[in-house]
Design a protein around this ligand. Structure first.
Ligand code: NDP
Length: 335
């Protein structure tokens, strides 16, 4: 049973050597008196929040040095001592980074009932990032048809979905991303109206003014830092900023200062943070909305898949250099 161990707290950019690939033997018979399930891990998800758990200052939720990494994933039940779980069922939720896993309290896992889509989708469009995009956009941004929407990290797991949900609402949507290939995806696959490569713009304020001559109604914030500062200068009155994440800040010892917050007052802007688990209780409603979009081809979805647990650490740290094109998935086993 291959496993990924978190070596020690990280400062600055995480490196592959912050993780150790080990192996252990797995207990194949579960004690009958327990509520445990034995899972075979199929897919693991690389998510930016995992970086925050690599710091001692994020205690009490941070990873413990020397213990297994954990994150969202998809698995199959091989054996169950829990009355609600049966052998052969599929689940998604927080799992340890290993090939086979005993979960003592499986009650928090979501059961997968729809298997006519790729199972890896439950790490992304039908899992935590999908919930983030759907409720972050619809609930926090209060969008209206025809509004001007800007999405940063727009080709990623969350961004690509927010952009397409905004198009489905009839909004004008602009996305930024960090490479030519990503820019082409935004334009040609996801249907963004306008795009720019933030790495090639010397003046982000000018880039935003070019794309939004009338200003921005909604900013879906994924990156923070200089992008946020430039956006603040371009918000329209009564605009909304949904603070989903600030990936440009996660590896800094000290967060960059934001200089233009006064524009929140001048333009009567609502800026609000949120977290995906706030919406997990609405998962059934979310699936009802999202599954038809996928099946009818109204939302396109791009994943970036690496294979094998040993490829996981490089894929995870690649999120912070923009190596991933689309949702970063680690395929552990297909069956
Ligand atoms: P992505 O799939 O978008 O992957 C991360 C991407 O971020 C990279 O590919 C890269 O794209 C971009 N990036 C990395 N470093 C920087 C930087 N310094 N400046 C600008 N962009 C950078 O990840 P997700 O879609 O999973 O997550 C996107 C955001 O949403 C993150 O901030 C994350 O923390 C947040 N999030 C929040 C949740 C919540 O519950 N609030 C839940 C899930 C995600 P590029 O090449 O374009 O730079």
């Amino acid at each position: 049973n291959k496993q990924v161990v978190f070596r020690d707290y990280v400062s600055g950019f995480p490196k592959e050597s912050d993780f150790i690939i080990t192996s252990s033997t797995i207990r194949l018979k579960l004690p009958q008196a327990s509520n445990a399930v034995l899972l075979k891990i199929l897919y693991l998800s690389c998510d930016p929040y995992m970086r925050m758990l690599m710091e001692s200052r994020s205690a009490p939720n941070s990873y413990s040095p020397g213990s297994l990494l954990h994150g969202f994933g998809v698995a199959k039940v091989l054996e169950s001592a829990h009355s609600d779980f049966n052998e052969g069922e599929l689940v998604w939720g927080i799992l340890k980074w290993e090939e086979y896993s005993v979960v003592e309290e499986p009650g928090k896992l979501f059961k997968i009932h729809h298997t006519d889509v790729p199972l890896s989708y439950y790490t992304g469009i039908l899992g935590m990032p999908g919930i983030t995009a759907y409720f972050g956009f619809h609930d926090i941004c209060s969008p209206k048809k025809g509004e001007y929407v800007f999405v940063s990290a727009a080709s990623g797991a969350v961004g690509q979905l927010v952009g397409q949900l905004a198009k489905l609402m009839g909004c004008y949507v602009v996305g930024s991303a960090g490479s030519k290939e990503k820019i082409e995806l935004l334009k040609n696959k996801f249907g963004f109206d306008e795009v720019f490569n933030y790495k090639e713009e010397r003046d982000l304020d000018a880039a935003l003014k070019r794309c939004f001559p009338e200003g921005i109604d909604i900013y879906f914030e994924n990156v923070g830092g200089k992008t946020l500062d430039a956006v603040l200068l371009n918000m329209r009155p009564h605009g909304r900023i949904a603070v989903c994440g600030m990936i440009s800040q996660y590896n800094l010892d000290q967060m960059e200062g934001v200089h233009n917050l006064l524009h929140l007052v001048l333009q009567r802007i609502r800026m609000e943070g949120f977290s995906a688990p706030d919406y997990f209780h609405l998962y059934a409603n979310f699936l009802e909305a999202m599954l038809p979009y996928i099946k009818e081809g109204k939302i396109k979805y791009v994943e970036d898949t690496v294979h094998g647990l040993e490829s996981g650490p490089a894929a995870l740290i690649g999120l912070f250099s923009g190596r991933n094109i689309g949702k970063q998935v680690v395929a552990i086993s297909t069956e």
